[in-house]
Design a protein around this ligand. Sequence first.
Ligand code: XMP
Length: 515
Amino acid sequence: PVLVVDFGAQYAQLIARRVREANVYSEVVPHTTAVEEIAAKNPLAVVLSGGPSSVYEDGAPRLDPKLFDLDVPVFGICYGFQAMAQALGGTVGHTGAREYGRTDLQVSGGVLHDGLPATQPVWMSHGDGVTAAPEGFEVTATSAGAPVAAFEDRARRLAGVQYHPEVLHSPYGQQVLSRFLHDIAGIPGSWTAANIAESLIEQVRAQVGDGRAICGLSGGVDSAVAAALVQRAIGDRLTCVFVDHGLMREGERQQVEKDFVAATGARLVTVDASETFLRELSGVTDPETKRKIIGREFIRSFEGAVAEVLGEGAEKGETVEFLVQGTLYPDVVESGGGSGTANIKSHHNVGGLPEDLQFSLVEPLRLLFKDEVRAVGRQLGLPEEIVGRQPFPGPGLGIRIIGEVTRERLEILRRADSIAREELTSAGLDGQIWQCPVVLLADVRSVGVQGDGRTYGHPIVLRPVSSEDAMTADWTRLPYETLERISTRITNEVAEVNRVVLDVTSKPPGTIEWE
Ligand code: XMP
Protein backbone atom coordinates (compact mmCIF):
# COMPACT_ATOMS: atom_id res chain seq x y z
CA PRO A 1 0.00 0.00 0.00
CA VAL A 2 0.79 3.67 0.02
CA LEU A 3 0.82 4.65 3.69
CA VAL A 4 -0.55 8.02 4.71
CA VAL A 5 1.08 8.99 7.98
CA ASP A 6 -1.50 10.95 9.96
CA PHE A 7 0.05 13.90 11.77
CA GLY A 8 -3.28 14.77 13.32
CA ALA A 9 -4.90 16.29 10.26
CA GLN A 10 -8.55 15.82 9.54
CA TYR A 11 -7.24 15.54 6.02
CA ALA A 12 -5.51 12.16 6.35
CA GLN A 13 -8.57 10.12 5.31
CA LEU A 14 -9.11 12.49 2.45
CA ILE A 15 -5.52 12.04 1.28
CA ALA A 16 -5.99 8.27 1.34
CA ARG A 17 -9.09 8.67 -0.81
CA ARG A 18 -7.27 10.86 -3.28
CA VAL A 19 -4.43 8.35 -3.57
CA ARG A 20 -7.02 5.69 -4.31
CA GLU A 21 -8.62 7.96 -6.89
CA ALA A 22 -5.25 7.77 -8.62
CA ASN A 23 -5.87 3.99 -8.67
CA VAL A 24 -3.32 3.21 -5.98
CA TYR A 25 -4.34 1.41 -2.77
CA SER A 26 -3.75 3.46 0.35
CA GLU A 27 -4.15 3.19 4.13
CA VAL A 28 -3.83 5.64 7.01
CA VAL A 29 -1.41 4.99 9.89
CA PRO A 30 -0.91 7.18 12.98
CA HIS A 31 2.29 9.22 13.23
CA THR A 32 3.29 7.17 16.25
CA THR A 33 3.91 4.17 13.97
CA ALA A 34 7.57 3.20 14.25
CA VAL A 35 9.71 3.21 11.12
CA GLU A 36 10.23 -0.56 11.53
CA GLU A 37 6.47 -1.08 11.46
CA ILE A 38 6.18 1.08 8.39
CA ALA A 39 8.91 -0.93 6.71
CA ALA A 40 7.13 -4.16 7.65
CA LYS A 41 4.12 -3.10 5.61
CA ASN A 42 6.27 -2.89 2.48
CA PRO A 43 4.87 0.47 1.42
CA LEU A 44 5.16 1.51 -2.21
CA ALA A 45 5.35 5.09 -0.96
CA VAL A 46 4.70 7.14 2.17
CA VAL A 47 2.67 10.34 2.27
CA LEU A 48 3.16 12.62 5.26
CA SER A 49 -0.08 14.47 6.05
CA GLY A 50 -0.63 17.96 7.31
CA GLY A 51 -1.12 18.57 11.01
CA PRO A 52 -2.27 21.29 13.33
CA SER A 53 1.08 21.98 14.95
CA SER A 54 4.30 23.84 14.25
CA VAL A 55 7.44 21.72 13.97
CA TYR A 56 8.91 23.90 16.73
CA GLU A 57 6.11 23.40 19.24
CA ASP A 58 6.75 21.29 22.31
CA GLY A 59 5.17 17.94 21.75
CA ALA A 60 4.91 18.47 18.00
CA PRO A 61 4.60 15.06 16.31
CA ARG A 62 8.08 14.03 15.26
CA LEU A 63 9.21 12.51 12.02
CA ASP A 64 11.90 9.88 12.45
CA PRO A 65 14.65 10.63 9.85
CA LYS A 66 15.27 6.86 9.60
CA LEU A 67 12.20 6.82 7.35
CA PHE A 68 14.43 8.16 4.60
CA ASP A 69 16.84 5.24 4.92
CA LEU A 70 14.14 2.84 3.72
CA ASP A 71 14.59 3.93 0.13
CA VAL A 72 10.81 4.35 -0.17
CA PRO A 73 9.36 7.32 -2.10
CA VAL A 74 8.03 10.01 0.25
CA PHE A 75 5.62 12.88 -0.37
CA GLY A 76 5.18 15.57 2.27
CA ILE A 77 2.09 17.77 2.57
CA CYS A 78 1.95 20.98 4.65
CA TYR A 79 3.20 19.96 8.11
CA GLY A 80 4.56 16.77 6.54
CA PHE A 81 6.41 18.89 4.00
CA GLN A 82 8.04 20.95 6.74
CA ALA A 83 8.86 17.91 8.87
CA MET A 84 10.44 16.32 5.84
CA ALA A 85 12.50 19.44 5.07
CA GLN A 86 13.71 19.59 8.65
CA ALA A 87 14.56 15.88 8.85
CA LEU A 88 16.65 16.07 5.68
CA GLY A 89 18.65 19.14 6.70
CA GLY A 90 16.64 22.00 5.23
CA THR A 91 15.39 24.89 7.36
CA VAL A 92 11.92 25.71 8.57
CA GLY A 93 11.25 29.17 9.94
CA HIS A 94 8.52 31.50 11.03
CA THR A 95 8.16 33.25 7.69
CA GLY A 96 5.95 35.82 9.38
CA ALA A 97 3.38 35.67 6.63
CA ARG A 98 0.56 33.37 7.71
CA GLU A 99 -1.22 32.03 4.69
CA TYR A 100 -4.69 30.68 5.13
CA GLY A 101 -7.06 29.87 2.31
CA ARG A 102 -6.78 30.33 -1.41
CA THR A 103 -3.39 31.51 -2.69
CA ASP A 104 -1.71 31.69 -6.07
CA LEU A 105 1.13 29.28 -6.63
CA GLN A 106 3.92 30.24 -9.05
CA VAL A 107 5.38 27.17 -10.70
CA SER A 108 9.00 27.29 -11.85
CA GLY A 109 9.70 23.74 -13.01
CA GLY A 110 9.84 20.11 -11.96
CA VAL A 111 7.74 17.02 -12.60
CA LEU A 112 4.96 17.57 -10.05
CA HIS A 113 3.46 20.58 -11.82
CA ASP A 114 4.70 19.80 -15.31
CA GLY A 115 2.20 20.85 -17.96
CA LEU A 116 -0.08 22.53 -15.40
CA PRO A 117 -0.69 26.32 -15.38
CA ALA A 118 2.36 28.35 -14.30
CA THR A 119 0.11 30.27 -11.91
CA GLN A 120 -2.53 28.17 -10.20
CA PRO A 121 -4.80 28.52 -7.16
CA VAL A 122 -3.98 26.30 -4.20
CA TRP A 123 -5.31 25.92 -0.65
CA MET A 124 -2.80 26.90 2.04
CA SER A 125 -3.02 26.72 5.80
CA HIS A 126 0.26 27.40 7.57
CA GLY A 127 2.23 29.77 9.78
CA ASP A 128 5.73 28.29 9.55
CA GLY A 129 7.34 27.69 6.21
CA VAL A 130 10.32 26.00 4.61
CA THR A 131 12.96 28.69 4.06
CA ALA A 132 15.68 26.49 2.55
CA ALA A 133 15.16 23.15 0.81
CA PRO A 134 17.43 20.26 1.83
CA GLU A 135 20.44 19.46 -0.33
CA GLY A 136 19.64 17.69 -3.57
CA PHE A 137 16.13 19.16 -3.80
CA GLU A 138 14.94 21.45 -6.56
CA VAL A 139 12.51 24.18 -5.47
CA THR A 140 9.74 24.03 -8.05
CA ALA A 141 7.13 26.52 -6.83
CA THR A 142 6.66 29.53 -4.59
CA SER A 143 3.77 31.59 -3.23
CA ALA A 144 3.50 34.98 -1.55
CA GLY A 145 3.84 33.45 1.91
CA ALA A 146 6.00 30.45 1.06
CA PRO A 147 9.39 30.99 -0.61
CA VAL A 148 9.62 27.21 -0.88
CA ALA A 149 6.11 25.99 -1.74
CA ALA A 150 7.11 22.75 -3.48
CA PHE A 151 10.29 20.76 -3.90
CA GLU A 152 11.41 17.48 -5.39
CA ASP A 153 14.43 15.22 -5.55
CA ARG A 154 13.64 12.86 -8.39
CA ALA A 155 16.74 10.74 -7.98
CA ARG A 156 15.71 9.82 -4.41
CA ARG A 157 12.00 9.85 -5.30
CA LEU A 158 11.17 12.46 -2.66
CA ALA A 159 8.86 15.46 -3.09
CA GLY A 160 6.49 17.69 -1.19
CA VAL A 161 4.20 20.69 -1.29
CA GLN A 162 3.32 23.31 1.29
CA TYR A 163 -0.31 23.51 0.16
CA HIS A 164 -3.11 20.94 0.44
CA PRO A 165 -3.40 19.09 -2.88
CA GLU A 166 -6.13 16.82 -1.47
CA VAL A 167 -8.83 19.49 -1.11
CA LEU A 168 -11.07 20.54 -3.96
CA HIS A 169 -9.94 24.15 -3.49
CA SER A 170 -6.63 23.10 -5.04
CA PRO A 171 -8.05 22.32 -8.50
CA TYR A 172 -4.85 20.70 -9.82
CA GLY A 173 -4.06 18.90 -6.58
CA GLN A 174 -5.25 15.51 -7.76
CA GLN A 175 -3.00 15.74 -10.82
CA VAL A 176 -0.04 16.73 -8.66
CA LEU A 177 -0.62 13.76 -6.37
CA SER A 178 -0.91 11.49 -9.41
CA ARG A 179 2.36 12.87 -10.78
CA PHE A 180 4.07 11.99 -7.56
CA LEU A 181 2.61 8.48 -7.41
CA HIS A 182 3.01 7.53 -11.04
CA ASP A 183 5.91 9.63 -12.34
CA ILE A 184 8.15 10.16 -9.32
CA ALA A 185 7.41 7.04 -7.25
CA GLY A 186 6.78 4.91 -10.34
CA ILE A 187 3.67 3.15 -8.95
CA PRO A 188 1.28 1.72 -11.56
CA GLY A 189 -2.43 2.58 -11.23
CA SER A 190 -3.84 -0.90 -10.75
CA TRP A 191 -6.38 -0.25 -7.97
CA THR A 192 -9.48 -0.40 -10.16
CA ALA A 193 -13.00 -1.63 -9.50
CA ALA A 194 -12.32 -4.82 -11.46
CA ASN A 195 -9.15 -5.61 -9.53
CA ILE A 196 -10.69 -4.69 -6.20
CA ALA A 197 -13.67 -6.96 -6.82
CA GLU A 198 -11.48 -9.83 -7.92
CA SER A 199 -9.12 -9.61 -4.97
CA LEU A 200 -11.99 -9.27 -2.47
CA ILE A 201 -13.71 -12.33 -3.90
CA GLU A 202 -10.49 -14.28 -3.48
CA GLN A 203 -10.06 -13.08 0.08
CA VAL A 204 -13.61 -14.12 0.96
CA ARG A 205 -13.01 -17.57 -0.57
CA ALA A 206 -9.87 -17.96 1.47
CA GLN A 207 -11.60 -16.87 4.67
CA VAL A 208 -14.81 -18.87 4.36
CA GLY A 209 -13.31 -22.01 2.84
CA ASP A 210 -16.17 -24.48 2.42
CA GLY A 211 -18.13 -23.00 5.33
CA ARG A 212 -21.53 -21.34 5.22
CA ALA A 213 -22.35 -17.68 5.65
CA ILE A 214 -25.33 -15.47 6.22
CA CYS A 215 -25.46 -11.83 5.24
CA GLY A 216 -27.67 -9.25 6.86
CA LEU A 217 -29.31 -7.10 4.21
CA SER A 218 -30.44 -3.65 5.27
CA GLY A 219 -31.70 -2.27 2.01
CA GLY A 220 -28.60 -0.12 1.71
CA VAL A 221 -25.82 -0.18 -0.85
CA ASP A 222 -23.15 -1.58 1.42
CA SER A 223 -24.83 -4.77 2.53
CA ALA A 224 -26.08 -5.37 -1.03
CA VAL A 225 -22.57 -5.10 -2.47
CA ALA A 226 -21.09 -7.20 0.35
CA ALA A 227 -23.69 -9.89 -0.29
CA ALA A 228 -23.10 -9.85 -4.05
CA LEU A 229 -19.34 -10.22 -3.50
CA VAL A 230 -19.74 -13.12 -1.13
CA GLN A 231 -22.25 -14.77 -3.40
CA ARG A 232 -19.69 -14.57 -6.19
CA ALA A 233 -17.16 -16.16 -3.87
CA ILE A 234 -19.13 -19.01 -2.31
CA GLY A 235 -22.35 -19.30 -4.34
CA ASP A 236 -25.36 -20.76 -2.56
CA ARG A 237 -23.50 -21.39 0.65
CA LEU A 238 -24.53 -17.80 1.29
CA THR A 239 -28.03 -17.00 2.54
CA CYS A 240 -29.16 -13.42 2.90
CA VAL A 241 -31.19 -12.51 5.94
CA PHE A 242 -33.38 -9.46 6.10
CA VAL A 243 -34.24 -8.52 9.65
CA ASP A 244 -37.37 -6.41 9.73
CA HIS A 245 -36.74 -4.53 12.96
CA GLY A 246 -39.74 -2.29 12.54
CA LEU A 247 -37.46 0.71 12.18
CA MET A 248 -37.59 0.71 8.39
CA ARG A 249 -38.91 3.44 6.20
CA GLU A 250 -42.06 3.12 4.12
CA GLY A 251 -41.67 0.52 1.40
CA GLU A 252 -38.15 -0.52 2.38
CA ARG A 253 -38.88 -4.14 3.16
CA GLN A 254 -40.66 -4.71 -0.13
CA GLN A 255 -37.78 -3.09 -1.97
CA VAL A 256 -35.20 -5.44 -0.47
CA GLU A 257 -37.38 -8.46 -1.06
CA LYS A 258 -37.95 -7.49 -4.67
CA ASP A 259 -34.91 -5.57 -6.01
CA PHE A 260 -32.12 -7.48 -4.42
CA VAL A 261 -33.43 -10.93 -5.09
CA ALA A 262 -34.23 -9.94 -8.67
CA ALA A 263 -30.70 -8.63 -9.18
CA THR A 264 -28.75 -11.48 -7.63
CA GLY A 265 -31.01 -14.48 -7.36
CA ALA A 266 -29.68 -14.93 -3.84
CA ARG A 267 -31.57 -16.93 -1.26
CA LEU A 268 -33.39 -14.61 1.13
CA VAL A 269 -34.87 -15.30 4.53
CA THR A 270 -36.92 -12.56 6.19
CA VAL A 271 -37.15 -12.39 9.96
CA ASP A 272 -39.90 -10.33 11.50
CA ALA A 273 -38.36 -9.08 14.74
CA SER A 274 -40.14 -5.79 15.22
CA GLU A 275 -41.85 -6.87 18.45
CA THR A 276 -38.55 -7.77 20.03
CA PHE A 277 -36.70 -4.66 18.91
CA LEU A 278 -39.45 -2.38 20.17
CA ARG A 279 -39.65 -4.19 23.47
CA GLU A 280 -35.89 -3.94 24.00
CA LEU A 281 -35.89 -0.26 23.04
CA SER A 282 -38.77 0.70 25.27
CA GLY A 283 -37.85 3.36 27.80
CA VAL A 284 -34.42 3.93 26.20
CA THR A 285 -33.46 7.47 25.20
CA ASP A 286 -29.65 7.49 25.24
CA PRO A 287 -28.28 7.30 21.66
CA GLU A 288 -25.35 5.00 22.39
CA THR A 289 -27.56 2.65 24.39
CA LYS A 290 -30.04 2.53 21.51
CA ARG A 291 -27.25 1.76 19.07
CA LYS A 292 -25.87 -1.02 21.24
CA ILE A 293 -29.31 -2.58 21.73
CA ILE A 294 -30.02 -2.49 18.03
CA GLY A 295 -26.60 -3.98 17.22
CA ARG A 296 -27.16 -6.76 19.73
CA GLU A 297 -30.70 -7.56 18.57
CA PHE A 298 -29.55 -7.75 14.97
CA ILE A 299 -27.11 -10.46 15.96
CA ARG A 300 -29.72 -12.29 18.05
CA SER A 301 -32.04 -12.25 15.04
CA PHE A 302 -29.30 -13.65 12.81
CA GLU A 303 -28.65 -16.40 15.34
CA GLY A 304 -32.35 -17.13 15.42
CA ALA A 305 -32.43 -17.41 11.64
CA VAL A 306 -29.71 -20.06 11.44
CA ALA A 307 -32.06 -23.03 11.79
CA GLU A 308 -34.21 -21.73 8.99
CA VAL A 309 -31.15 -21.01 6.86
CA LEU A 310 -29.86 -24.55 7.27
CA GLY A 311 -33.28 -25.98 6.46
CA GLU A 312 -34.76 -29.34 7.37
CA GLY A 313 -32.19 -31.37 5.56
CA ALA A 314 -29.41 -30.07 7.80
CA GLU A 315 -27.26 -32.66 9.48
CA LYS A 316 -26.66 -32.63 13.19
CA GLY A 317 -23.79 -30.33 14.12
CA GLU A 318 -24.04 -28.44 10.87
CA THR A 319 -23.90 -24.73 11.43
CA VAL A 320 -23.45 -21.28 9.93
CA GLU A 321 -20.08 -20.02 10.94
CA PHE A 322 -19.81 -16.69 9.18
CA LEU A 323 -21.72 -13.45 9.27
CA VAL A 324 -21.19 -11.03 6.38
CA GLN A 325 -21.52 -7.34 7.08
CA GLY A 326 -21.24 -4.30 4.84
CA THR A 327 -18.96 -2.37 7.18
CA LEU A 328 -17.05 0.47 5.46
CA TYR A 329 -13.80 2.20 6.27
CA PRO A 330 -15.47 5.34 7.68
CA ASP A 331 -17.63 3.16 10.00
CA VAL A 332 -14.47 1.56 11.32
CA VAL A 333 -12.70 4.87 11.80
CA GLU A 334 -15.68 6.63 13.43
CA SER A 335 -16.38 3.76 15.79
CA GLY A 336 -12.89 4.26 17.18
CA GLY A 337 -11.53 1.24 15.27
CA GLY A 338 -8.90 3.20 13.39
CA SER A 339 -5.94 3.56 15.72
CA GLY A 340 -5.83 6.79 17.63
CA THR A 341 -9.32 7.94 16.69
CA ALA A 342 -12.08 8.91 19.09
CA ASN A 343 -15.32 6.95 19.26
CA ILE A 344 -17.81 9.39 17.76
CA LYS A 345 -20.66 6.91 17.61
CA SER A 346 -20.98 3.15 17.60
CA HIS A 347 -21.98 2.20 14.12
CA HIS A 348 -24.38 -0.64 14.70
CA ASN A 349 -22.29 -3.18 12.87
CA VAL A 350 -18.95 -2.23 14.43
CA GLY A 351 -19.24 -0.89 17.96
CA GLY A 352 -22.69 -2.36 18.56
CA LEU A 353 -21.69 -6.04 18.41
CA PRO A 354 -22.27 -8.17 21.50
CA GLU A 355 -19.19 -9.69 23.11
CA ASP A 356 -20.40 -13.27 22.91
CA LEU A 357 -20.72 -13.15 19.13
CA GLN A 358 -21.03 -16.69 17.76
CA PHE A 359 -20.14 -15.86 14.19
CA SER A 360 -16.85 -15.01 12.59
CA LEU A 361 -17.26 -11.77 10.74
CA VAL A 362 -16.69 -11.41 7.02
CA GLU A 363 -16.39 -7.73 6.16
CA PRO A 364 -15.14 -7.50 2.60
CA LEU A 365 -15.72 -3.73 2.36
CA ARG A 366 -13.97 -2.83 5.60
CA LEU A 367 -11.23 -0.88 3.88
CA LEU A 368 -13.33 0.80 1.21
CA PHE A 369 -14.97 4.18 0.89
CA LYS A 370 -18.54 4.51 -0.34
CA ASP A 371 -17.67 5.55 -3.87
CA GLU A 372 -15.41 2.52 -4.19
CA VAL A 373 -18.20 0.29 -2.92
CA ARG A 374 -20.51 1.69 -5.56
CA ALA A 375 -17.88 1.10 -8.25
CA VAL A 376 -17.43 -2.50 -7.10
CA GLY A 377 -21.23 -2.96 -7.08
CA ARG A 378 -21.44 -1.76 -10.68
CA GLN A 379 -18.54 -4.03 -11.56
CA LEU A 380 -20.55 -6.95 -10.14
CA GLY A 381 -23.49 -5.98 -12.29
CA LEU A 382 -25.84 -4.70 -9.58
CA PRO A 383 -28.48 -2.33 -11.00
CA GLU A 384 -28.34 1.41 -10.51
CA GLU A 385 -31.46 1.34 -8.26
CA ILE A 386 -29.37 -0.51 -5.70
CA VAL A 387 -25.91 0.93 -6.31
CA GLY A 388 -27.03 4.54 -6.57
CA ARG A 389 -29.28 4.44 -3.52
CA GLN A 390 -28.73 7.05 -0.84
CA PRO A 391 -27.29 5.76 2.43
CA PHE A 392 -29.68 4.73 5.18
CA PRO A 393 -28.29 3.70 8.56
CA GLY A 394 -28.69 0.13 9.80
CA PRO A 395 -30.38 1.27 13.07
CA GLY A 396 -32.97 2.92 10.84
CA LEU A 397 -35.56 5.28 12.22
CA GLY A 398 -34.55 4.20 15.72
CA ILE A 399 -31.81 6.83 15.72
CA ARG A 400 -34.01 9.45 14.04
CA ILE A 401 -36.52 9.61 16.87
CA ILE A 402 -34.94 11.80 19.50
CA GLY A 403 -36.36 10.28 22.64
CA GLU A 404 -37.94 6.92 23.27
CA VAL A 405 -38.82 4.82 20.23
CA THR A 406 -42.45 3.72 20.16
CA ARG A 407 -44.72 2.29 17.50
CA GLU A 408 -46.80 5.49 17.34
CA ARG A 409 -43.75 7.70 16.97
CA LEU A 410 -42.34 5.45 14.26
CA GLU A 411 -45.58 5.79 12.37
CA ILE A 412 -45.45 9.61 12.60
CA LEU A 413 -41.86 9.71 11.40
CA ARG A 414 -42.48 7.20 8.64
CA ARG A 415 -45.23 9.36 7.18
CA ALA A 416 -43.17 12.56 7.40
CA ASP A 417 -40.15 10.84 5.89
CA SER A 418 -42.08 9.42 3.01
CA ILE A 419 -43.49 12.87 2.17
CA ALA A 420 -40.02 14.42 2.23
CA ARG A 421 -38.58 11.67 0.03
CA GLU A 422 -41.46 11.92 -2.41
CA GLU A 423 -41.04 15.68 -2.81
CA LEU A 424 -37.25 15.52 -3.16
CA THR A 425 -37.58 12.89 -5.84
CA SER A 426 -40.29 14.69 -7.76
CA ALA A 427 -38.22 17.90 -7.65
CA GLY A 428 -35.36 15.93 -9.23
CA LEU A 429 -33.04 16.64 -6.30
CA ASP A 430 -31.93 13.12 -5.39
CA GLY A 431 -28.72 13.45 -7.35
CA GLN A 432 -27.74 16.63 -5.53
CA ILE A 433 -27.97 15.31 -2.02
CA TRP A 434 -26.01 12.61 -0.29
CA GLN A 435 -29.00 11.79 1.92
CA CYS A 436 -31.69 13.65 3.84
CA PRO A 437 -32.42 12.28 7.29
CA VAL A 438 -35.85 13.28 8.57
CA VAL A 439 -35.81 13.48 12.35
CA LEU A 440 -38.65 13.51 14.88
CA LEU A 441 -38.03 15.52 18.05
CA ALA A 442 -40.35 13.31 20.01
CA ASP A 443 -39.80 14.90 23.41
CA VAL A 444 -40.14 18.47 22.17
CA ARG A 445 -43.47 20.16 21.71
CA SER A 446 -44.36 23.57 20.46
CA VAL A 447 -47.54 25.59 20.20
CA GLY A 448 -49.16 26.06 16.85
CA VAL A 449 -52.47 27.09 15.38
CA GLN A 450 -54.42 25.21 12.80
CA GLY A 451 -58.01 25.63 11.69
CA ASP A 452 -58.65 28.25 14.42
CA GLY A 453 -57.50 25.84 17.09
CA ARG A 454 -54.42 25.62 19.23
CA THR A 455 -52.09 22.69 18.55
CA TYR A 456 -49.29 21.37 20.71
CA GLY A 457 -47.29 19.14 18.41
CA HIS A 458 -43.84 17.87 17.58
CA PRO A 459 -41.21 19.37 15.28
CA ILE A 460 -39.77 17.48 12.34
CA VAL A 461 -36.19 18.30 11.32
CA LEU A 462 -35.02 18.08 7.72
CA ARG A 463 -31.30 17.32 7.44
CA PRO A 464 -30.33 17.41 3.76
CA VAL A 465 -26.56 17.00 3.33
CA SER A 466 -24.00 16.94 0.55
CA SER A 467 -20.90 14.83 1.02
CA GLU A 468 -18.25 12.82 -0.75
CA ASP A 469 -17.81 10.09 1.82
CA ALA A 470 -19.87 10.97 4.94
CA MET A 471 -16.67 11.77 6.86
CA THR A 472 -17.38 15.45 6.31
CA ALA A 473 -20.57 17.01 4.98
CA ASP A 474 -22.24 20.30 4.25
CA TRP A 475 -25.93 21.13 4.49
CA THR A 476 -27.55 21.22 1.08
CA ARG A 477 -29.07 24.50 -0.10
CA LEU A 478 -32.43 23.09 -1.19
CA PRO A 479 -34.71 25.36 -3.21
CA TYR A 480 -37.22 27.26 -1.03
CA GLU A 481 -40.13 25.97 -3.14
CA THR A 482 -39.21 22.37 -2.33
CA LEU A 483 -38.80 23.15 1.36
CA GLU A 484 -42.13 24.89 1.33
CA ARG A 485 -43.90 21.96 -0.30
CA ILE A 486 -42.39 19.51 2.18
CA SER A 487 -43.29 21.70 5.13
CA THR A 488 -46.85 22.33 3.98
CA ARG A 489 -47.52 18.71 3.23
CA ILE A 490 -46.04 17.36 6.45
CA THR A 491 -47.91 19.80 8.68
CA ASN A 492 -51.15 19.17 6.78
CA GLU A 493 -50.91 15.44 6.42
CA VAL A 494 -49.27 14.38 9.67
CA ALA A 495 -51.58 15.58 12.44
CA GLU A 496 -49.04 15.21 15.27
CA VAL A 497 -46.52 17.53 13.59
CA ASN A 498 -47.06 21.30 13.61
CA ARG A 499 -43.60 22.58 12.73
CA VAL A 500 -40.88 21.70 10.19
CA VAL A 501 -37.35 23.00 10.74
CA LEU A 502 -34.19 22.87 8.64
CA ASP A 503 -30.80 21.78 9.99
CA VAL A 504 -28.12 24.13 8.64
CA THR A 505 -25.07 22.56 10.32
CA SER A 506 -22.08 21.11 8.50
CA LYS A 507 -20.14 18.03 9.67
CA PRO A 508 -18.10 18.83 11.66
CA PRO A 509 -19.37 20.13 14.05
CA GLY A 510 -22.64 18.20 13.62
CA THR A 511 -22.77 14.56 12.51
CA ILE A 512 -25.15 13.62 9.71
CA GLU A 513 -27.55 11.67 11.88
CA TRP A 514 -28.83 13.28 15.08
CA GLU A 515 -27.88 10.31 17.22
P1 XMP B 1 -22.89 10.24 10.93
O1 XMP B 1 -24.20 10.45 11.62
O2 XMP B 1 -21.91 9.43 11.73
O3 XMP B 1 -23.23 9.36 9.67
O4 XMP B 1 -22.29 11.52 10.41
C1 XMP B 1 -22.32 9.04 8.65
C2 XMP B 1 -23.02 8.10 7.68
O5 XMP B 1 -23.21 6.82 8.26
C3 XMP B 1 -24.58 6.51 8.36
N1 XMP B 1 -24.73 5.84 9.65
C4 XMP B 1 -24.80 4.50 9.82
N2 XMP B 1 -24.83 3.51 8.92
N3 XMP B 1 -24.98 1.94 10.69
C5 XMP B 1 -24.95 2.22 9.36
O6 XMP B 1 -25.04 1.30 8.55
C6 XMP B 1 -24.95 2.88 11.65
O7 XMP B 1 -24.98 2.57 12.84
C7 XMP B 1 -24.86 4.24 11.19
N4 XMP B 1 -24.82 5.43 11.83
C8 XMP B 1 -24.74 6.41 10.87
C9 XMP B 1 -25.31 7.82 8.22
O8 XMP B 1 -26.62 7.65 7.70
C10 XMP B 1 -24.40 8.56 7.28
O9 XMP B 1 -24.59 8.17 5.93
